[in-house]
Ligand binder design. Structure first.
Ligand SMILES: Cc1cc2nc3c(=O)[nH]c(=O)nc-3n(C[C@H](O)[C@H](O)[C@H](O)COP(=O)(O)OP(=O)(O)OC[C@H]3O[C@@H](n4cnc5c(N)ncnc54)[C@H](O)[C@@H]3O)c2cc1C
Length: 393
């Protein structure tokens, strides 16, 4: 382990918390500063689009209580000087470091103009504001984007008794992430659970004011709305690094060990990172999954302590789980790289199946619906580079 006296972690959510915990566990005894833009103790985001909207306030993140009060909350890092080894905060003060962990995550994309009644969902405050609006009886809910968060919000709002319209620009929601057959199944799953799905169309604007009354679609239609939730993907929070000289390209570009490219004292973790993934021929990827932020936070911190020469590559298999209208949907690997898909277990019409996704005949991803055991063997197949036709039993 090399000798570092001062480590600063920017971003106090899952990846940042795991970095701090790993540093403490590993016996780092120097000065440790955690900086977080939110006023809250680190919390868990997955419940924000599910149980919190249904009234359950539990978003606790195991380990967050270990932080105590001794960290900088409600403070935004506004710039980084890697030569002077200093992070400048929004109050003008500077925090100096010998080692830095960047864990500033991502934020939702927005359309240019958001009138009252149009929500995005990333923070606990966003979720509570949306819950209050759902409870206020705004009946016609339009969800923009059929990705994970849009799909979950549509499912939750529908279960709460709202009239839900889901608008997605792809021919079927999650087409790129899941492949055509599973995406078709998901479209049908939304419809049979009472969601009106409008596919292949984009939302181009809103009507009404100050409160939204409708969304305008690219095909000229207007869809009445009392409440709109935009789930249109995220943008990594890297603006504060723009003058730093670090390589930024849809995230902080890192090497395989999560060191920021060209830096020997800066690592990054979580939704903000783009790194070459060893399982995929070092393709540069950015992964927006809970398990990725959780595991990278630890590995990035340990690599920082170890130093670049002794750092270990991070090549964990991406994996994700969600619940939509009662179905447990899991994915693993990088399904979007696939050029071929095959049903390996179950049947679409039974709502219980697993699909292997391959590129050049070799498994690169998997999706399973209500079939967790099949996902496990598909995961083994992906990590061992199995051909699609020879998924492990
Ligand atoms: C509603 C919702 C539901 C989800 N559901 C699932 C799910 O079911 N399964 C799953 O695998 N994943 C899910 N995710 C994704 C998962 O929560 C993220 O992958 C994870 O939170 C990423 O953690 P992170 O620490 O990298 O970044 P974030 O959680 O985005 O945290 C980054 C933190 O850094 C702070 N920050 C940003 N810029 C600065 C700055 N300049 N200075 C100081 N602080 C800063 C931010 O305020 C934020 O607190 C969900 C996400 C959301 C929003």
């Amino acid at each position: 382990m090399r000798k570092l006296n001062r480590i600063t972690v920017v971003g106090a959510s899952l990846a940042g918390l795991r970095a701090v915990q790993a540093l403490r566990r590993e016996g780092f005894e120097g000065e440790l500063t955690l900086i977080g833009a939110e006023a809250h103790t680190p919390y868990n985001r997955p419940p924000l689009s599910k149980s919190v909207l249904q009234g359950d306030d539990d978003v606790s993140l195991p380990g967050a209580e270990e932080l105590g009060e001794d960290w900088l909350r409600g403070r935004l890092a506004v710039s980084l000087d890697p030569t002077g080894k200093a992070v400048t905060l929004d109050d003008g003060s500077a925090v100096h470091y010998d080692g830095l962990v960047i864990a500033t995550g991502a934020r939702p994309r927005r359309l240019a103009d958001h009138p009252e009644g149009v929500h995005t969902l990333r923070t606990i405050d966003d979720s509570l504001a949306l819950r209050a609006e759902l409870n206020a009886g705004h009946q016609r809910v339009v969800v923009i984007g059929g990705g994970f968060i849009g799909g979950e919000v549509a499912s939750t709002a529908q279960a709460l008794g709202h009239q839900v319209t889901l608008v997605d620009s792809a021919p079927h929601p999650m087409l790129t992430a899941f492949g055509a057959d599973t995406a078709r199944w998901l479209a049908q799953h939304h419809r049979s659970n009472g969601v009106e799905l409008i596919s292949g169309t984009r939302v181009v604007g809103f009507e009404g004011g100050p409160r939204v009354t409708a969304v305008r679609l690219s095909d000229g239609r207007s869809i009445p709305a009392d409440l709109v939730v935009a789930g249109m993907g995220v943008t990594p929070n890297t603006e504060w690094l723009e003058s730093s000289g670090l390589t930024l390209n849809d995230g902080v570009v890192c090497d395989a060990t999560l060191y920021a490219q060209g830096a020997s004292d800066i690592v990054a973790a979580g939704d903000v990172v783009r790194w070459p993934h060893g399982l995929y021929g070092d393709a540069l990827v950015r992964v927006e999954h809970w398990s990725n932020a959780n595991d990278q936070g630890t590995v990035a911190a340990l690599n920082l302590l170890a130093g670049p020469e002794n750092a270990k590559p991070f090549a964990d298999l991406p994996s994700f789980a969600t619940h939509v209208h009662g179905a447990r949907i899991q994915s693993a690997g990088l399904p979007h790289l696939a050029d071929e898909a095959m049903l390996v277990a179950g049947a679409f019409e039974e709502g219980r199946f697993a699909v292997g996704l391959a590129r050049n005949g070799v498994l690169v991803g998997a999706v399973a619906v209500n079939s967790p055991k099949d996902l496990i063997r598909l995961k083994r197949g992906i990590t061992s580079g199995s051909p699609l036709g020879a998924v492990p039993a």
